[in-house]
Design a protein around this ligand. Sequence first.
Ligand SMILES: [Zn+2]
Ligand SMILES: [Zn+2]
Length: 205
Amino acid sequence: MIQPIKTFEEAVAFHGHSCPGLALGYRAAQYAMDALRAGRSDDEELVCIVENDACGVDAIQVVAGCSVGKGNLILRDLGKHAYTFIDRRYNRAIRLVQRPEPVVERIDPRASELRPKVMGGTATPEEIREFHTRQEDVIARIRSMPIDELFLIKEIAPDIPEKARIFRSVQCASCGEMVAEHRARVKDGKFVCIPCAGEYGRGWQ
Ligand SMILES: [Zn+2]
Ligand SMILES: [Zn+2]
């Protein structure tokens, strides 16, 4: 069922603050929703692959209705401001990649000059005020600029990820906690979880 696109204010409420990154993610998702005529994803018909874990991803979750829990938000952290939206129903995919020229610097060089000082805690109170005023203007511009001044957009052949599957769980022979079969390891002939297997990893892969 097609539902109206969530507002930017709703994305701000979810993310916790308004920022240029959130506005960029909002524009990307809004564009993809219109282009694919997908509406918000209640189920898994729309899949989004995000290539970073920054602010913009939160807007995408709100607008596109894609989430990690539903299995239709795939985080492939390649450190790129790139978003691929796949509509399973019509076998279509669209990829938006942020333009190489830095957005904030292009809109307001002074705001981008102030940013490191404000973030680094070396800005004066006036500079902080100036930064916030300018930041608001930058966000407003991002929200109203033509989409192709923000993103390079391509319709691509969809590489449709498999639907989220439900896996059986097994009990780790070492810590006793249950672990999904596809994440379990075998150690000395017994099922163990990844931490108990002593395998190198960063805890989430
Ligand atoms: Zn943010
Ligand atoms: Zn274990």
